[in-house]
Design a binder for this molecule. Structure first.
Ligand code: TPP
Ligand code: MG
Length: 278
């Protein structure tokens, strides 16, 4: 775990979150494609994990066996992960502008064979929690106290495999597994409650034997505290339901995401969004 990362004050972490937001807007606008709003809702969780001292990792040794793992199950939001990895030093920040360009390892969805720090190739929704269970079981078998964090979208929760994974993680009492649900209220074709209303998520996940927290996922201090609590639970898997805003921190959150899933800001709107992110 980088010592410097642990020393960041709350103000420095808030500034880091803004830096990630700027990268997300810039790289998706430059690419002319990608999912900025899905990435922006996840910024506080990713900032807290990578820079708030809540995840043990070493950019100079990405495959360190004792590292904690972060799996972005909602793989289309990978710009937020690329931004964090670059800022942490896994690869040069300048590479961010190659997002989705031919030959770039910064593919539209994370590819674990092409970039250091990517723990799982995701994008086909529903699979990340199962992959996380594999890591959590392997860490336990190897006697490592590493923790596995999996971020899942609220629309992604419609996938049956996610619920099979909730059941399996309870069966194996995986106290080293934390699921973070990015409950931004929207998915690809509309509001999550209109497509398949699974709310409240909390009591359903609790019924699977998990420890569950419900928090404002765009409040950095609240997210830090929730992750600290999750780390302290070691006798069963833990979930954090993060209420977030799709596009948080930019003009995209005012669109209510209607028709804005998977669309970058055009250059003039991106400039305006960036000017507000100071
Ligand atoms: C199995 C599967 N079905 C459909 C898609 C297409 N798809 C990409 S993003 C998305 C919506 C995801 O919504 P949510 O999980 O809420 O993530 P958000 O973008 O809101 O963060 C869908 C349906 C996919 N990637 N995988
Ligand atoms: Mg969503």
């Amino acid at each position: 775990m980088s010592e410097a990362a642990n020393e960041l004050s709350i103000d420095q972490l808030k500034e880091k979150a803004k830096v990630l937001r700027r990268h997300i807007v810039r790289m998706t606008t430059e690419a002319g494609s990608g999912h900025p709003s899905s990435s922006l809702s996840a910024v506080e969780v990713v900032t807290a994990l990578f820079f708030g001292g809540l995840m043990r990792h070493d950019p100079n040794n990405p495959t360190w066996p004792d590292r904690d793992r972060f799996i972005l199950s909602k793989g289309h939001a990978v710009p937020v992960l690329y931004a964090a990895l670059a800022e942490a030093g896994y690869f040069p920040v300048d590479d961010l502008m190659t997002l989705r360009k031919l030959g770039s390892p910064l593919e539209g969805h994370p590819n674990m064979t092409r970039l250091p720090g990517i723990e799982a190739s995701t994008g086909s929704l529903g699979q990340g929690l199962s992959i996380g269970i594999g890591h959590a079981l392997a860490c336990r078998l190897d006697g490592r106290d590493a923790r596995v964090f999996v971020m899942i979208g609220d629309g992604e929760m419609d996938e049956g495999q996610v619920w099979e994974a909730f059941a399996a993680a309870h069966k194996y009492q995986l106290g080293n597994l934390t699921a973070v649900i990015d409950q931004n209220g929207f998915q690809q074709t509309g509001a999550t409650k209109d497509v398949l209303d699974l709310t409240p998520l909390e009591n359903k996940i609790e019924a699977f034997g998990w420890h569950v927290q419900s928090v404002d996922g765009n409040d950095l201090e609240v997210v830090l505290e929730a992750l600290r609590t999750a780390r302290s639970i070691t006798d069963r898997p833990t979930a954090i339901v993060c209420r977030t805003r799709k596009g948080a921190g930019t003009v995209l959150e005012e669109q209510g995401d209607v028709n804005f899933h998977g669309k970058p800001l055009p250059p003039d709107a991106a400039e305006k969004a960036l000017s507000l992110l100071v």
